[in-house]
Write a protein that binds this ligand. Sequence first.
Ligand code: M6R
Length: 604
Amino acid sequence: MCGIIGYAGSREPVGVVSEALSRLEYRGYDSSGVAFFDKKGSISVVRASGKLSRLVEALQGATGLPGAAIGHIRWATHGAPTEENAHPHRSGPIVLVHNGIIENERALRRELIGEGCVFSSETDTEVLAHRIHRAYREEGDLQAAVRKGLSGVEGSYALAVMCEESPGQLVAVRKGAPLILGEAEGEFFAASDIPAFLKWTRRVMPLPPEVLAILSPEGLSLCRLEDGQPVPAVFEEVPWDPVQAEKGHYRHFMEKEIFEGPRAIIDTLEGRLAEENSRVILPELLRLGPNPTEIVFVACGTSYHAGLLGRLMIESFSPISVRVEIASEFRYRPLRARKGAWVIGISQSGETADTLGALELARKEGYLTVGITNVGGSSITRETDATLLTRAGPEIGVASTKAFIAQVTLVWLLALYFGRRESPEVRESLAALVRSPARLEGFLGSVDSSAIERMARQVLDSRFVIFIGRGMDYPLAIEGALKLKEITYRPADGYPGGELKHGPIALVERGVLVVAPLADSSLRPKEMSNIREIEARGGTVLTIGPASPDPSDPSPSFPLPACQGWDGVFLASAVLQLLAYRAASLTGNDVDQPRNLAKSVTVE
Ligand code: M6R
């Protein structure tokens, strides 16, 4: 949660840092602030509670001297989202921004108060500012002060630190929270995510944990936090296009990202199909040795739903049994997987604290771990034995859309990879996967937006929306419900169709809307009987699927083309995403930055 940016270069820094913050706004948006050297050579700190636009107003006309500057966008953990708690925090000449949580903050705060320190905020971050300031008084050098100030600090942090007595210099360091360095001609960046500086450079380097980066317009050096030993800097060019991180002609990132689903599938398949698309190759997995005896997917939110689809897909084609676990629950239970099992974490951001915690537990128990992530260089890529990258490009909208489509593509690939290549079902499924981006693109290009609009209005007129599905449609149902509630704030929930009779059907009455994706043809008759049970009790049902092979079934409310393999999952997902998007935009909610949520949940 929270986004930080540090800049060292010859441009006017207030503009650079504010623009970078606007690209990080998806990470948190309850307050923000910047620090820069003003015309007198002192550090000016400007902060504002609320959305970034409030800070931009407060900064009207402000310019800074070229050199170092920092910025922060906050998702509050310690202390309310007030201006006093907004970052940057200051102690004497030391000014810093922080993403993460200091776990021994209380003890450190008590110690500092005992030494006469006066606190001006309720944040854990201020503890770091005072500690580094104290160390600076003893060491007289920013780099040494940061190293000393952080010793004994427990928890996670990504920090960018400036000192009034060292204009032009910036120190960045991380442990547990992400921090990416960017390099351009005569300027350097340190940010929570690449889109922050993608406009200026594509040359990036994920800062390794517990390594200190010293940035200035003249250059960059790295050293170990523990002993100051030098560490080499190795930058790579990311293939991300800066335009991908812009809204273009769309009203919201979410809308744009729904329409980028087909590209996410194409890019995720890239280089993974061999012999004229007749074989799946995943070279990333070769180093893990023989196929797993069992797979345990661990993930949160939408990524968990992709794991549920992965289980159905993999179990269709191979004898490998698959478990899917919510990472935050799994990490506090005994693991008890079979010998030879792989634990696979799915995470768009690669930074979700619970997913990383679950993988850490698995590694400690001696299991091989794999990360499926959309962000190269993220923590999950460093903390697992192998990484499979989804290639959806930067996803800015907090509600995950194209990243989900890319995750489903990847688990579908995994199912084919573990399946018997000679099997006609595997071959047909592979052919369907190869055709799926074109089919999704064609579908999105001709989608009936007035039908989506009508459904969205029905959603908003209902007291409660229930999503149901069986088989593949169950993960789609709970994903549809999650999408709807996170951006419309309307009560919605998803259930397996067969569970209705065991409780949720008591909710059904006139005024309750039920949404039923029908992409799984194998269970259509069972799904139809659930739908009839709801209609018999006065509920209204919206169905999304291809026409039924049974002519006595009613036509779907939102017809899909006949599904090929599992591509109905992509088509139905697109409709559910558009439905949530449209309903949310009708409410006037901030679609890309829904209340209380953050894109990367880097705290437990
Ligand atoms: O980055 P991750 O995939 O690990 O994030 C997991 C969830 O926080 C995320 O999917 C969340 O549920 C989305 N907001 C859903 O749209």
